[in-house]
Design a protein around this ligand. Structure first.
Ligand code: SF4
Length: 342
């Protein structure tokens, strides 16, 4: 029986964006008319996370771990095989009107600052474009583009009439940020968006992103291979390995007390200026297995210094620990891993 006295959940308690059991595999060869056994790459498997309001979730992992594919699945730039995505508690439908609304609310900034800008449009026209498409007048769109140019540190009197090739990489990325914000989104996904910038410019852009998040009450998904950068901008962090989420928690908890052997190894490769923050974990051994031929059981087992028989036969479930949620038999009291009492 429903509890009619229960209060509905406060809207502020509902995550801004909720991703549940998102999976995608890509067909590689065989099957169908061609015959032979169909082969797939499992790009993303069962990824779940919540992006809380006005916070940033960072996604880290080695190249090819599924970070960018996860972002493209969230945006529906690639259709997921399964999974649910909810914005403000409402499931995102896949009809074109719903997706258009969703993509206005969830914008994306990519690594290549040139690729997102039409070389034949001035900076002002590039920023205005999306605003006009979503129903604003040209005068309103121009006013907003000039405001945002100023807000990202580019004087509209100097930059509005320029073309992308007349700007530096850092300036183009500021334009892409202004362009993303022009349609008043709720969530912005940054996919390696500062990775191509010089370190001094990168620091300026990261500070700008933090300011804009507060000013426009945004929530961010921040994807990067740079662990220091993710720590600087994120509230929570998800660590991915071979398309799977292996650890997820508050960023300081995960960085100070990593529970998954992969996270420990990944963080040990990040040299801290503070000797107390350096981890003793061994660097990661060997190369990741081919995504076409994943090992049975835990996908990290061929490289894990704690791998036991159970790891090679049974895939670990996600378990809650003192500091994070972790997919590893070592943290599961019921798994019977022989190293559990370490
Ligand atoms: Fe290592 Fe086993 Fe944990 Fe996988 S489940 S990370 S192999 S200890």
């Amino acid at each position: 029986m429903n509890d009619m006295t229960a209060r509905p959940e406060s809207p502020t308690k509902v995550p801004k964006l909720s991703v549940k059991e998102l999976s995608k595999r890509f067909h590689v060869s065989g099957g169908g008319l061609l015959g032979g056994e169909a082969r797939y790459v499992h790009a993303v498997s069962d990824v779940s996370f919540d992006l809380e309001r006005h916070t940033t979730v960072g996604i880290v992992g080695e190249s090819g771990c599924g970070k960018s594919t996860t972002a493209r699945l969230v945006m529906h730039l690639i259709n997921p095989d399964s999974g649910r995505i909810a914005l403000d508690g409402e499931l995102v439908a896949t009809d074109s009107a719903s997706l258009k609304r969703f993509r206005r609310n969830v914008q994306m900034v990519f690594q290549d600052s040139s690729a997102s800008l039409n070389p034949r449009l001035t900076i002002e026209q590039s920023i205005m474009f999306g605003v006009v498409v979503h129903g604003a007048s040209k005068a309103e769109a121009r006013e907003r583009s000039h405001y945002l140019l100023g807000r990202v540190g580019l004087d509209p009197a100097l930059f509005a009439g320029r073309y992308p090739h007349e700007l530096s990489g850092g300036q183009r990325q500021r334009v892409n940020i202004a362009r993303a914000l022009a349609v008043q989104p709720k969530v912005v996904i940054f996919d390696e968006a500062v990775s191509a910038l010089d370190k001094s410019i990168e620091a300026q852009v990261l500070n700008l992103l933090n300011e804009l998040r507060e000013e426009f009450e945004l929530s961010y998904i921040f994807i990067s291979h740079d662990l220091q950068v993710v720590r600087y901008v994120s509230d929570t962090v998800m660590v991915m390995y071979l398309g799977q989420m292996v650890e997820y928690g508050q960023v300081e908890d995960v960085y100070n007390d990593p529970q998954h052997p992969y996270t420990q190894a990944l963080l040990s490769s990040m040299l801290s200026v503070d000797p107390d923050e350096r981890t003793d974990a061994a660097p990661i051994q060997g190369d990741p297995p081919s995504p076409l031929d994943l090992p049975s059981g835990c996908c990290f087992s061929p490289r894990c210094p704690h791998a036991a028989d159970i790891c090679r036969s049974l895939s670990p479930k996600i378990n809650s620990t003192r500091s994070s949620r972790v997919a590893c038999h070592l943290v599961d009291p019921a798994a019977g891993h022989p190293g559990r009492a370490r």
